[in-house]
Design a protein around this ligand. Structure first.
Ligand code: G4P
Ligand code: NA
Ligand code: NA
Length: 193
């Protein structure tokens, strides 16, 4: 679609290659967002999962929230974002998973209250970037433990040269990326397909 060509264009404009592994996208996803383009991403995810009977969109704070909001708005369902736990005062019944963070080099705990997810839910997980998939696998475990049905995972960018998306697909979960990046080698962003 034309909108997805626009997204690729913006990735080329805003992306700053940090290494062969890491693309800084502060100008598009991690520090600044373009509301109009983000709403178009939400429309695209909503249309890809239109038949799935989604009752809730979930993501992990913070960078997934904007595009997850856009998707939830289009689907007319609530957005729930898992929190990164910073306190021991959290709800003792909350669902928690410990995940290593690729970019930050630390371990964090993510948490989702059972108030906002249940076995009646059909959940669409939306995220900004999938790399190694550690954060994604943590939230997938939480969704499984809640008893909700995971209908799929929509990601703005799949980094094909890291194993996250592949290993999650191997679990039988459907992943819909808007853009797939094949490589960052030679200081060049190369898209797949
Ligand atoms: P993930 O694939 O499930 O996201 O987990 P992974 O452990 O691979 O990545 C951890 C974090 O690093 C994620 O953000 C992910 O979006 C981010 N990340 C991985 N590769 C890149 C990259 O090339 N560029 C950018 N900009 N981010 C990358 P997070 O921990 O969920 O943090 P936040 O962005 O929500 O604060
Ligand atoms: Na991120
Ligand atoms: Na994220």
């Amino acid at each position: 679609a034309i909108e997805m060509d626009k997204l690729k264009e913006r990735i080329l404009q805003e992306g700053v290659i940090v290494s062969d592994q890491v693309l800084n996208l502060d100008g598009l996803l991690n520090h600044q967002v373009d509301p109009q383009l983000t709403m178009e991403m939400g429309k695209e995810f909503a249309s890809r999962f239109a038949e799935a009977g989604v009752t809730r969109v979930v993501t992990v704070e913070s960078s997934g929230i904007a595009v997850a909001f856009a998707t939830a708005y289009e689907l007319g369902v609530p957005l729930v974002f898992a929190r990164r736990k910073k306190t021991l005062l959290a709800d003792p019944d909350a669902l928690c998973e410990r995940v290593p963070s690729f970019t930050k080099g630390i371990v964090t705990d993510i948490m989702l209250s059972r108030h906002y997810i249940s076995e009646q839910d059909k959940v669409l997980f939306i995220d900004d970037i999938i790399a190694n998939g550690d954060a994604a696998r943590g939230l997938i475990k939480i969704i499984e433990r809640s008893g909700a049905e995971l209908v799929g995972l929509g990601v703005v960018i799949e980094k094909c040269f890291q194993a996250g998306a592949r290993t999650i697909r191997e679990q039988g979960i459907s992943i819909e990326p808007l853009v797939r990046i094949q490589s960052l080698e030679g200081g060049v962003i190369t898209f797949a397909d």
